[in-house]
Design a protein around this ligand. Sequence first.
Ligand SMILES: C[S@@+](CC[C@H](N)C(=O)[O-])C[C@H]1O[C@@H](n2cnc3c(N)ncnc32)[C@H](O)[C@@H]1O
Length: 298
Amino acid sequence: MSDTSEPRDGNDPREPGNPQDAHVPGGARDERAPGGSRGEHAPTETAGPSDRGDSSDPHNEPGDPQAHRRIRSFVLRAGRIGPGQARALAELGPRFVLPFRPEPIDPEAVFGRRAPLVLEIGFGMGDATARIAAARPDTDFLGCEVHEPGVGALLRRIDELGLANLRIVQHDAVEVLEQMIAPASLAGIHVFFPDPWHKKKHHKRRLIQPPFVARLVTRLAPGGTLHCATDWEPYAQQMLEVLSAEPALANSAEAYAPRPDYRPLTKFEQRGLRLGHGVWDLVFVRRADADSSIALPA
Ligand SMILES: C[S@@+](CC[C@H](N)C(=O)[O-])C[C@H]1O[C@@H](n2cnc3c(N)ncnc32)[C@H](O)[C@@H]1O
């Protein structure tokens, strides 16, 4: 079902000038909100009748009884889905997209084998995801993304590259991590170019904050790696501070790490680098002696 002739549909969250794009290569300041063009005035913190607590909030302490608002790291918008993406969603979705369920997956049943499992949070259009999965056939990958055109785009890449080691969950990764991933079960976690949320009043939406990092490490197996990358320097500094302060993690480098060979340079990143902008990788390892038995709230 490969169809490479479809023109870009303008929904690429990394496409410069795209209203979906909060990520501007090289960290050029862009005040638009992720997933939309209404700017950073757009996000609203919703507290609906079913919002009972902190399960969706990356920034609340686990079990915090005061937590009652949902502060999400994304704004969900209906993006235009191209015909190739729609076809991929219909034809390949049932095979490669796992429905969100509030119970841990059995990776062996999902992938039909026992292999190291890497979770990616916010894969965008999935280009790096597909290239990494193709280059590492001995590892299984689970990609989380809420942006439907991105899910369709990655399904197309799975088809084009014949990938058997990649599955997708189209759902908030914060909930996926907590509910679908068993403790100490991941060989790695990738968080590449998460939405930078430039404005100070929106920093609370950033994914890499102490409470969420504490949750991430409970899902990493001892020796498992947490790899983050960003091209927004203030966020890189925040990541370095937060990850360095997490007692269960050890930095693999002095500070920022050289880009590991397995993370491909995207064309957006190449463009940014050509313009002289920076990109910062952070690779932290879960210490062997860290406690993974922390019970997180349902
Ligand atoms: C700036 S884009 C970067 C995409 C991709 N990693 C890349 O490097 O091209 C950030 C992506 O993360 C997704 N995202 C943000 N928070 C998320 C969450 N809690 N769960 C799943 N996806 C999320 C957004 O929808 C968006 O596509």
